[in-house]
Ligand binder design. Structure first.
Ligand SMILES: Nc1ncnc2c1ncn2[C@@H]1O[C@H](COP(=O)(O)OP(=O)(O)O)[C@@H](O)[C@H]1O
Ligand SMILES: [Mg+2]
Length: 481
């Protein structure tokens, strides 16, 4: 899907100028401003770090020689957290080692003092030009569907298409979104996708797992605290809601949030305000909240562990991500996507996944969903001795056996050398038999049940277990494989 939103900066691009020499910093900033760039400046490395965390810049133009936080420290920060910012370092005259190191460590370019205005401009424009090209390239690839980049959800199953449509539909608003689904289905990825398609995409996406911290720490993590609020609070500290100002806060496992915090969350959602722990000053929160849960929150509400008012507030926009076993049509595509990823990461020469291995995977139940699939593929890439992933590279294969002669492979049963638990082995042919019965009879469940000589509720249960549903369009999902 094409992401048509582009950067809001002017044609000239935004530049953060950093130099601890006040005069130098100001004159360079003024010059660039007059020339039409959007300029912000900082006179210390620390100030620059804060600015980099608050907003995004196309270019960071920083002096290398600064006390405490140096130009190189800023370069490292950008490398880690701001992939769209190009760094140009300013080195002293004759400091050739610094210049070499700058390029080695990932700076776009360096310039040496004394600065010559037109020289500076030229380097900046070149960097901007290259960034533009990179952006266009990414955009093009996205349009061609070649990219499974950060925040991109792979999947063409109709349930996933629907989900992606919904994500697009809600991305623009500030509405709180709740993502539900089993562990590993892609809730965190979905939250990132919403953020990266929203007008807030240039500000921060901050993730907090409500289940991972004790109550007191969690509150301070989210809302911050005042100095002296509790033992160990030696200074004022910003919470995630402040850090994410203008961006998105993703609260994972919201069902684990303690009741005391739920009140505060409700207030943030309703009135956009909160206070730091141990402080009375009210702070305005410009954040979009996305929450996720793998619990049934209704049950939590009934049990008195989750506030009903908060529940109704967050459930307005609920996106449910189906388990992998209900969208096995996407399994191959996902598996190949992870294969590419881990082949590149591990520098291996594996070209594909064998038909037999795919069949074994199709028959698996995937309780850990996409995360489990990703782990299985990563492991297989590391273990594989051949150019294709084989069943023996998969953790479901107990035999560790040899390559089966293909003619002995009963179609649909997979590798004959692989002995799986009976229930698992039967799942695949059973699914195929059900599918044939349903398909052959125009998806009439009554007639299929009759033909199979089972009662209808058994058929419904089995269909559900196998994720069998009538395809939404006449074109079968396989058509776009
Ligand atoms: N549709 C998808 N396309 C590509 N990768 C996916 C997809 N769904 C999940 N993943 C990957 O699977 C892993 C688990 O997903 P995650 O979002 O962390 O699941 P959850 O938050 O529901 O537990 C992550 O590495 C994620 O990138
Ligand atoms: Mg998650």
């Amino acid at each position: 899907m094409a992401d048509s939103k582009t950067s809001t900066s002017t044609d000239h691009g935004s530049v953060l100028v950093v130099d601890d020499d006040l005069i130098e910093c100001r004159s360079l900033s003024e010059f660039l401003k007059l020339d039409g760039y959007q300029v912000d400046s900082a006179t210390s490395g620390q100030e620059a770090l804060d600015k980099l965390r608050q907003s995004s810049f196309d270019i960071l133009l920083a002096d290398v020689n600064m006390p405490e936080v140096t130009g190189f420290d800023l370069l490292h920060e950008v490398n880690k957290n701001c992939p769209d910012t190009a760094v140009i370092l300013i080195t002293g005259y004759g400091q050739i080692e610094g210049a070499v190191r700058a390029i080695k460590e990932g700076a776009y370019d360096y310039i040496t003092k004394p600065l010559i205005d037109d020289g500076v401009k030229m380097v900046i424009d070149r960097a901007l030009g290259q960034q533009q090209l990179k952006k266009e390239n990414v955009e093009l690839k996205k349009q061609l569907g070649l990219l499974g980049g950060e925040g991109e959800l792979i999947g063409r199953d109709h349930k996933m298409r629907k989900l992606v449509e919904l994500i697009d539909a809600v991305a623009d608003s500030r509405a709180t979104v709740m993502l539900t689904g089993e562990s590993g289905v892609g809730k965190t990825l979905g939250a990132r996708a919403i953020h990266s398609r929203s007008p807030r995409k240039d500000a921060r996406f901050v993730e907090v797992s409500c289940g991972s911290l004790p109550e007191s720490l969690l509150e301070s993590e989210l809302f911050g605290h005042a100095k002296g609020a509790f033992t160990g609070a030696v200074a004022d500290r910003k919470g995630k809601f402040e850090v994410a100002h203008g961006g998105t806060v993703f609260l994972d496992e919201i069902g684990d949030a303690p009741l005391s915090m739920q009140i505060k969350l409700l207030r943030v959602i309703q009135d956009n305000v909160f206070e730091r722990v141990g402080d009375t000053e009210t702070i305005r929160a410009d954040v979009r909240l996305i929450v996720a849960t793998n619990k049934h929150l209704e049950e939590e509400v009934e049990a008195g562990r989750f506030r009903e008012d908060l529940f109704y507030r967050i459930k307005v926009v609920t996106l449910e991500i189906p388990p992998l076993r209900e969208r096995l049509g996407d399994l191959k595509r996902l598996a190949e996507y992870f294969l590419d990823k881990y082949v590149a990461e591990n520098d291996r020469e594996i070209t594909g996944i064998s038909e037999a291995a795919l069949q074994v995977m199709q028959a698996h139940d995937w309780p850990g969903n996409v995360r489990e699939l990703e782990n299985v593929i990563e492991r297989a890439v590391i273990l594989s001795q051949t150019s294709e992933i084989q069943p023996r590279d998969l953790p479901f294969d107990a035999s560790g056996g040899a390559e089966p002669p293909p003619e002995e492979t009963w179609q649909g049963l997979g590798d004959p050398s692989v002995v799986l638990p009976l229930k698992e082995s039967l799942a695949k042919p059973e699914k195929e038999i059900l599918r044939r019965a349903l398909h052959g009879d125009g998806w009439s469940r009554a007639r299929a049940a009759e033909a199979l000589d089972i009662n209808r509720s058994t058929l419904f249960k089995k269909m559900k277990r196998h994720g069998l549903e009538r395809p939404p369009e006449d074109v079968a999902m396989d058509a776009d494989e």
